[in-house]
Design a protein around this ligand. Structure first.
Ligand code: CP3
Length: 328
């Protein structure tokens, strides 16, 4: 969940001399910023530094990163626009992502798992159609209501591109991959099941035989968790609005990831530790990747991130022992 970023002074330092997209495209710099949180916190997983919009650029879309997040000045709004998008060969167009992953595997050795990621088709389509972030998603919802063949073609294409991208990441060293369907929580359950879920499931089915576990994240997933469990993912990554104990009841067969509110890290380190311990108590530390419920906020005090890691490490080392004593 956005391990690297502006909450780290060493990241801000690298960003003084390079733009965000330069960072993404330079293996040397991307490896350096991927390793910054690993050096500080020694997490069990290291996500490679990139962005969900890097593949969009390779499809031929103009992408810019301004102060307010990503901007796509030529959005995809019609069937003609969709026809212009390219399915591309990752080994040619985004070879740098493979170099970053391979170098990270070498640097991290066996000390942590290296994770790849991509946007799920619905979330990538949201950026392409809206032309950037959105509050209401009114343009893609208009397409969903009035031009279904175009949206279907777009999602199918994005599912194939995303499967190509994730397959390439796994070949280059990603040991697990996370599919970010950040904006699918904006959909009613009926629409999630009609549009976002089948597209994410198509990606997962296409990469399944490569053997890397797949983690599916949806922000605002409380109404969708039962449907997400049908995606084929191995792990469901949960935002903070849904208690993990309830997620476990509604998706009992899958591992869970999450779900501390990133906003809780704005409080005191003691409170962060208490909240982190209670997350682990909710799952008993079983089939649970302790994480935040979304990305670290740029304003986050570092001592609170440290407190999260320390509390998580202590809690998971205690829970399994307690459990096995209770249930031999
Ligand atoms: O090191 C890591 O943890 C990998 C980092 C990572 C980034 N983007 C780097 C980034 C990951 C996993 C992403 C995925 C991503 N990008 C998502 C899905 C995950 C999520 O958070 O829901 C989304 C929706 C995006 C699109 C995106 N990229 C947005 C909305 C923004 C602006 C966010 C902000 O805080 O300004 C970005 C830019 C971005 N991607 C930054 C980073 C570190 C900030 C760039 C900077 O100013 O230096």
């Amino acid at each position: 969940m956005r391990q690297a970023g502006r909450y780290l002074p060493e990241y801000r330092k690298v960003r003084e001399t390079s733009s965000f997209l330069e960072l993404c495209r330079s293996p040397e710099l991307a490896v350096e910023v991927s390793l910054q949180p690993f050096r500080r916190f020694a997490p069990d997983g290291v996500i490679f530094f990139s962005d969900i919009l890097v593949p969009a650029q390779a499809m031929g879309v103009r992408v810019e990163f301004g102060e307010g997040g990503p901007e796509l000045p030529e959005p995809v709004r019609s069937s003609v626009d969709v026809e212009r998008l390219r399915r591309f060969d990752p080994t040619r167009e985004i070879a740098f992502t493979g170099e970053i992953l391979a170098a990270l595997r070498r640097e991290v050795g066996g000390r942590a798992a290296v994770l790849g990621f991509a946007a799920a088709p619905w979330t990538l389509a949201s950026y392409l159609v809206e032309g950037g972030g959105s509050k209401s998603f009114v343009i893609i919802k208009q397409m969903m209501g009035r031009d279904q063949p175009t949206l279907k073609r777009l999602l199918d294409l994005l599912a194939d591109v995303t499967a190509d991208v994730l397959s390439f990441q796994i070949e280059c060293g990603a040991q697990a991959v996370q599919l970010f369907d950040t904006w699918a929580g904006e959909l009613a359950q009926e629409d999630y099941r009609a549009w976002a879920l089948p597209a994410a499931a198509r990606v997962i089915a296409r990469i399944r035989r490569r053997g890397a576990p797949v983690i599916l994240y949806v922000n605002g997933c409380a109404h969708l968790i039962g449907s997400m469990a049908e995606s084929g993912a191995d792990v469901l990554s949960i935002d903070w609005r849904l208690p993990l104990s309830e997620a476990r009841q509604r998706a009992p067969r899958l591992a869970l990831q999450g779900n501390l509110d990133p906003g809780a890290l704005m409080g005191t380190p003691e409170e962060v530790a208490r909240r982190t311990r209670s997350l682990v108590e909710e799952t008993g530390g079983r089939a649970h990747i302790v994480n935040l419920g979304h990305g670290v906020l740029p304003q986050t005090p570092i001592e609170c991130v440290e407190s999260f890691f320390e509390a998580a490490r202590r809690a998971v080392s205690r829970e399994p022992a307690r459990l096995s004593a209770e249930n031999p």
